[in-house]
Design a protein around this ligand. Structure first.
Ligand SMILES: CC(C)(COP(=O)(O)OP(=O)(O)OC[C@H]1O[C@@H](n2cnc3c(N)ncnc32)[C@H](O)[C@@H]1OP(=O)(O)O)[C@@H](O)C(=O)NCCC(=O)NCCS
Length: 201
C-alpha cells in the first residue's frame, strides 16, 4: 500500500470473519440495533466512555452517529465496526480510530453488550482487529488505551499480549467527572498473538 495515495483511494477489505463473529464497517440502518445495545449496557458504558456524557439519546440520535461514521469510513478518516454473531445478533461496537495513514498507526476501541460480557467476545474482536490492522492495512503500530481502573478492558488487552508502553497518572475525566489516568498498550506486530482464525474481504 502506497503511503502517498490519498487515503480515500485505499481499499479496505470487508467483512472481517472470526469463528464466532462477522464484523463490518457500520452502514445506514444500523442505528436501531446500536441503540438497543447502548440502552442495555448504559450503566457499564457510563463508567468509561466519554461520549456517554451526551446522554443515552434516541434511535434517531444513534442513526445519525452511524451515518456520520459511515461517511468518515468512506473518507478513510475513521472505521467504526459493528460485530455480529453468525446468527446476525449485534453484540459489540468496535473499530479502528485515530488513523495515521502515513505512519500507519491505528487505535482499537470496543464495547460489548452487557448480556454478552464474559464470553470472550472483546478478546476475539480485538484480536481480529489487530490481525486486520497488520495484515490488511499494513500497520506499523496498533494501540489500545484503557482508563487505569478499567480492569476488564486491561485484562482483555493483556490477554492479547499488548505491551504496556506508558501509564499516565491523570489525563482525562471519566463520565462521572472524576479524574483518571490511562494505561497505553501497543503492539508492533502480531508475534505471539493468541491463535485465531480470521479472514477478511
Ligand atoms: C471491557 C469489555 C469490552 C470486556 O468485554 P468482554 O467481552 O466481557 O471481555 P472478555 O470476555 O473477552 O474478557 C474479559 C476479561 O476481563 C476479566 N474481567 C472482567 N471484569 C474484570 C474486572 N473488573 N477486573 C479485572 N478483570 C475483569 C474477565 O474475567 C475476562 O478475563 P479472563 O478471560 O481471564 O477470565 C466490556 O466489559 C465492556 O464493554 N465494558 C464497557 C465499555 C468499555 O470499558 N470498553 C473499553 C474501553 S477501553
Amino acid at each position: 500500500m502506497s503511503t502517498n495515495r490519498d487515503p480515500i483511494l485505499i481499499d479496505i477489505p470487508m467483512p472481517i470473519i472470526t469463528p464466532r463473529l462477522m464484523m463490518r464497517n457500520v452502514l445506514p440502518g444500523d442505528g436501531a440495533a446500536m441503540q438497543e445495545i447502548k440502552v442495555e449496557s448504559w450503566n457499564e458504558l457510563c463508567c468509561w466512555m466519554p461520549w456517554t456524557k451526551l446522554g443515552v439519546g434516541t434511535v434517531d440520535d444513534a442513526e445519525k452517529v452511524i451515518r456520520e461514521n459511515h461517511a468518515k469510513y468512506i473518507l478513510r478518516e475513521d472505521m467504526m465496526v459493528a460485530a455480529f454473531t453468525h446468527d446476525r445478533r449485534l453484540i459489540a461496537m468496535c473499530g479502528l480510530h485515530r488513523f495515521d495513514w502515513e505512519f500507519r498507526s491505528f487505535e482499537i476501541g470496543y464495547y460489548v453488550r452487557k448480556s454478552e460480557h464474559h464470553k470472550g467476545y472483546a478478546t476475539e474482536l480485538a484480536n481480529a482487529l489487530t490481525r486486520f490492522a497488520f495484515g490488511a492495512l499494513n500497520a506499523r503500530r496498533v494501540i489500545i488505551c484503557a482508563a487505569t481502573e478499567n480492569g476488564a478492558s486491561r485484562r482483555v488487552i493483556e490477554k492479547l499480549g499488548f505491551g504496556l508502553e506508558s501509564l499516565t497518572k491523570a489525563d482525562a475525566l471519566l463520565p462521572d467527572g472524576s479524574v483518571t489516568g490511562h494505561a497505553n498498550y501497543v503492539r508492533y506486530d502480531i508475534n505471539d498473538l493468541p491463535d485465531l482464525n480470521v479472514t477478511w474481504g
